[in-house]
Ligand binder design. Sequence first.
Ligand SMILES: Nc1ncnc2c1ncn2[C@@H]1O[C@H](COP(=O)(O)OP(=O)(O)OP(=O)(O)O)[C@@H](O)[C@H]1O
Ligand SMILES: [Mg+2]
Length: 476
Amino acid sequence: MSAPLWTLDAFLAATRGEARGEPQAEITGISIDTRTILPGEAFVAIVGDRLDGHDYVAKALEAGASLALVARHKLVDLPQDGRYVVVDDPLEALRNLGRAARARTSARIVAVTGSVGKTGTKEALRLALGRSGKVHASAASFNNHWGVPLTLARMPEDTEFGVFEIGMNHAGEITPLVQMVRPHAAIITTVQAVHLEFFGSVEKIAQAKAEIFLGLEPGGLAILNQDNDQFDLLTFLAKTAGVERIQTFGEAEGSDALLENYAVQTGSSSIQARVLGQEITYKIGAPGKHLVRNSLAVLLAVCELGGDLALAGLALAELSAPKGRGAQTRLKLPGGEAVLVDESYNANPASMRAALSVLGGMQAAAPGRKIAVLGDMLELGDAAGQLHADLIGPVEDSGADLVYCSGPLMRALWERLPREKRAVYAEHSEALTERLKDELRPGDIIMIKGSLGSRMGPLVDALKQEYPAADEMASA
Ligand SMILES: Nc1ncnc2c1ncn2[C@@H]1O[C@H](COP(=O)(O)OP(=O)(O)OP(=O)(O)O)[C@@H](O)[C@H]1O
Ligand SMILES: [Mg+2]
């Protein structure tokens, strides 16, 4: 049997907790969610905005949790015969457990932040480093004040490579997270106008992302996007933070990971690059130039952490676009097939442009058409109207034949669309459902994108329900 993630003794020492009842001696994992908890895992009762984990303790224990990590003042409301580790503040205890996990491992660590592309880059690193050793990486987008310590606390002692996604909505959030993670390499994928309503300017976003430098290990490496408008500012901020080593990726001459050539196919891209002086040709199993760029950062990190560059290149062929973030599905229609590109999980000006550029690179089989179904991009503040109207250029470049728009903000784009490209505008996405089902013809490519709150996902589901999938092309 492999070693448990934590022994009870180590868990008590790290959390500075007190055992009550009879917690199990071996802890096989850490969970904060009773819907997914497995027997043997420790349940950490976190108090969130909407829910209090203490309300789920009884359920966790019934499901076979080795123990529940709970707040002392909540004990009176919990089952008397439970298995507990008691602390003042379970979230602080989780952070302490995370710090202890970081301290006990000799893993080489990379942290990823950026306005877009964090999860995609994190998953690419997981794959690329996986060919060189044992990897531990964040689940989903676990990148915030509980996601990062949870990921750390879940890191087995014998991990060889740790991959952490670090996110933020406000200035000051990254600093404490990266100081727990203490990466050897830090990637900033790109800085873009995202969450503008909390920041006011792209430069302020850059400053907040640059907090990632404050947790770099001494001698650590910053990996920066040379083609990004904020590159000079980020370089300055890295140096100001005392970072001595910076490597760059992009198309600009002199980039440490230089994109020399690439071709985008349906469902994949082929790349030729020069990484730290070495020529490498590889494939990524998901389409889009944005993913090509991110992959250059991945390869620099692999080299920095001591992984094998050639094996990393081979591994990237297995990358796939996740559901809601570019996954492509062939739908069976009477008389042929159509391709559905599911981008319904999120949208901001950067990822909207990236998705429209992927659509631009795809070829609809005649007489099929390219159809874009676009929902509001949220959290953009005062600039929102303009940022929606500005999509007209990328929409034209994508070669979309028909555009559906939904949401009050998308009206700004709708009004700029040439008449022949206008399909339907609706205030709420739901109103488009029946029209889209009727619209689809064999040979069409349909791309659906919007912020999660714009509810474009149900449109994807409705099409998938109406037309069975021929097969999944690039989805996970
Ligand atoms: N460098 C990039 N430039 C523009 N768009 C990108 C880039 N990288 C990824 N994207 C697109 O952005 C979207 C979000 O990607 P991803 O989930 O990796 O981002 P994230 O930063 O983890 O987001 P979140 O903040 O929701 O966790 C996807 O649709 C993806 O295709
Ligand atoms: Mg993410």
